[in-house]
Design a protein. Sequence first.
Length: 414
Amino acid sequence: MVDWISLLTLCFAPLLAHIVAGAPQPTYLSRNRPSWHDRLCHYNPVSILWRYAAIADRRIRARAWCPANMAAANAIFWTAAGWDGSEEMAARSVLYCIALPEKARLSPLSWSAIETAIVTIQGVQAVVIIAGSVYARWDVLNSGFSIDTAFLPVSILGLLRLYAAFWLTDDFLYVMRDDVLLQSLSDPYLDTSPSLSSVGFVGMQDATRLLDRSFAVEDHHFRPSRCWPSRVFQGFFVSNIVSLLAAAIFTVVPVAGYHRIFSSTVCVVAYGGVAFLSIPVAIYSYYLIRCAGFKSTIIPCISAAWYKGYTVITFTWLLAIAVVSAVETRRTPCGQFTTHSERLDSTLCPGLMYVGPGRNSTVFGLAAGSSPSHSTVQDDAQFVVVGFTGTCQGVNGSTEEAAFRNSSSSKLLT
């Protein structure tokens, strides 16, 4: 039971860290509230990555960057017209802001900095594990992919947070205010009914102080999204996701020199990952080529029915990974966890040797011996392992039955 609690913790930690750190709480500037399926789309990793890219792109294009700009870039506004993360909304939102970050950059002691550190460490760990296994000529997906590493690829997506890491914050607060009602009557886009004010009347002196800060409304200008620094960043960001898609394709396409034996868990992760990563590549490429790029901090298709369906499919796929890996995960004789059959235990556990005629269906067991260089132990009548000190694993039956004696020269009899 303790092992399973530990495995489940390791399983969901990368996914939860990526989603919790990447999807902030909405800011409501309207009497109505979004439905559950409207809010669910913000937890889609594609929406989270778009938000990171948009914040970084807005910082690149900003002629003047202040705490008001930073707060508006991090907030996701729900208005009478739905979700809005545009630059125009950022200008209007200053009238509803009652708390701003102290600085226009990340504070090292803030909660956002801690979230970034956690996500980055998990991503670096995933890269080291995968890169190390590929360098060793044995893919990590084939060498023991289990429930504790089921969401390892999600950790790599978290590294894209670093592009916007210096301008991520949750140290702000927007509310509907009675004292700004008269100032916003000319703006029917926002719903500021007095009966819906969440804080009540605030003195006009405070309102004047807020409006004095509205320099951001007048000077809140950004360079065009077609400027070359923005275009370079946009292309580089999308190329990172294309690289991850290419790596996912590499795991499922046969390559000379790599012996690939897929378990059901590996198939769900690898093939599902190819399909999942293909969608953001297509979406981002479309909006960057045909539309205005990352001008909005909220992905433009977030309210589309097809995107909501894609979000539901994405979370269904993530749930399928957890369920399938939990069913398939088992412990090898050397203590490692894997989703592969016993036939690959000798690969996962150095020192284990096959017992039987060969590496096929007639091999009925594994034995740990003193010489890891011997991969198969075979004989017509009996199998001898000199210096046997490990584990004997076999199949009991009328034709395949194993027994052993733990001695300096033990025999395995059939």
